[in-house]
Design a protein around this ligand. Structure first.
Ligand code: ZN
Length: 236
């Protein structure tokens, strides 16, 4: 390999590494946000559940109260039945008792059903609380882990950027101007290996003339996408 090829390959590697680290650094806050969103969703789910449970308990309480009132009424009717002074009055009270007993039975079933549901739902509460707790732990674990990682990434990036500056010194001033413009536009894609006789960024073949120039340390740019080309193949 020629020295220009080696240097451009190093330069490309540095750009790729820098891009990789920058991507990781940028992705962190998004990953943190995503985990916060999960926590918020779980909090909402628990809140909704607890509200629902409260409503069910209220409804159960009011039905229990209704039942008590009905029982008192039935007791009262029983007293009136015993004291009935005529057959007509007796039959009328008897009719009321029958209807109220029917209502009482329906009410009892309803109370039973709602208590059963409360019982069943209460089991879900601890599950939702556990889910929320683990989501919170995961969010905080990830945040602090990323905080540490971000420090490392920033340091690594700093080192790589210094290496890059040093590596860029080997570029003569003419290709350097173009190279800088390309880097600003395309990042690591400013450079491209020549693979199978083609630019590895756009896959358009290079000319025989370019091939000769690249092999003799010239700085050649892809005629299609403009990437700064370097030879990455043995014997090409
Ligand atoms: Zn190209």
């Amino acid at each position: 390999m020629t020295s220009a090829t080696e240097s451009l390959k190093d330069l490309h590697q540095l750009h790729l590494q820098i891009e990789e680290l920058q991507t990781e650094l940028e992705r962190g806050p998004m990953q943190i946000q995503a985990r916060k969103k999960i926590v918020a969703n779980k909090e909402e789910a628990l809140d909704n559940f607890l509200n629902q449970l409260t409503q069910m308990k209220k409804s159960s309480d009011s039905k229990a109260l209704e039942l008590k009132t009905l029982e008192a009424k039935l007791e009262d009717l029983q007293g009136k039945l015993n004291a009935a002074s005529s057959n007509r009055e007796f039959d009328s009270i008897k009719g009321q008792i029958k209807a109220d007993e029917m209502a009482k039975s329906v009410l009892e079933d309803e109370v039973l059903e709602i208590l059963d549901r409360i019982d069943e739902e209460s089991g879900k509460q601890s599950q939702l609380e556990q889910e929320l707790e683990s989501a919170r732990q995961e969010a905080s674990r990830f945040s602090s882990q990323f905080e540490t990682r971000a420090q490392e990434l920033k340091q690594e990036l700093e080192g790589l950027k210094q290496k890059l500056q040093a590596a860029e010194k080997m570029l003569p001033s003419e290709p350097l101007v173009l190279y800088r413009r390309l880097v600003a536009q395309k990042g690591a894609k400013a450079l491209a290996k020549v693979r199978g006789g083609a630019c590895s960024n756009c896959f358009v073949s290079i000319t025989a003339q370019q091939k000769i120039l690249i092999n003799s340390d010239a700085f050649e740019f892809c005629t299609n996408c403009g990437s700064l080309l370097y030879n990455d193949e043995q014997g090409e």
